[in-house]
Design a protein around this ligand. Structure first.
Ligand code: IMP
Length: 187
């Protein structure tokens, strides 16, 4: 079977320059260091590159969320941060902001802990899917209403370790999750 078509949203160089720009923005903003609160698991490649590209001190911590019943629009913490963020400068690091449910939930949850400041840095923003309004302070790339994989973003666990970000057909993936393996992994 022929490999299905895909669109490169950001190639490896594009990914690297977006991360470098975001790292420069954060380094400029937080002179005294920052807590990077990363959402498992999709944000791990981004977090890893971002934290090393920054020229300021950072503390990294992880959290995981899960969705309640599909369609209820509710999420809850599956794993909380280990550190106390009271009076700290905190940046929530996300792979993609889609409906905004995750970011909106985390914003409410962390605001109650009285951080000195709180902001959101996402690698990908898909504003067309927004259900909950969220203010995004730092955005790597804005995409139209397309499903994307790579650079942490997966489809059922696949494609996370790609160095690029690609737009693929979600219907094709639904019938064959490996449909893009050949096209995206063999250069
Ligand atoms: P939210 O809808 O903004 O809460 O985003 C929830 C999560 O859905 C993200 O953190 C991703 O893990 C996943 N997600 C949303 N859109 C995509 C996509 O285009 N590709 C892969 N994962 C996605």
């Amino acid at each position: 079977m022929n490999s299905p078509d895909y669109r490169v949203v950001l190639d490896q160089q594009g990914v690297e320059s977006s991360v470098a720009r975001l790292a420069a923005e954060l380094s400029e903003k937080y002179h005294d260091g920052v807590v990077l609160a990363a959402v498992l698991r999709g944000s791990v490649p981004f977090l890893s590159d971002l934290s090393r590209a920054m020229s300021i001190r950072s503390v990294v911590d992880f959290l995981a969320i899960t969705k309640y019943e599909r369609g209820t629009g509710r999420v809850r913490l599956l794993k909380d941060l280990d550190i106390d963020i009271t009076d700290r400068e905190v940046v929530i690091v996300e792979d993609i902001v889609d409906t905004g449910l995750t970011s909106g939930f985390l914003w409410g949850e962390f605001s109650r802990r009285s951080p000195r400041s709180l902001s959101i840095c996402t690698f990908v923003d898909r504003p067309s899917a927004r259900m909950v309004p969220v203010e995004l302070d730092h955005i790597g790339v804005e995409i139209p209403d397309e499903f994307v994989v790579g650079y942490g973003l997966d489809y059922r666990g696949r494609y996370r370790n790609l160095r690029m970000l690609a737009s693929v057909d979600a219907d094709i993936l639904a019938s064959d999750p490996d449909a893009y393996v050949e096209a995206l992994y063999v250069s």
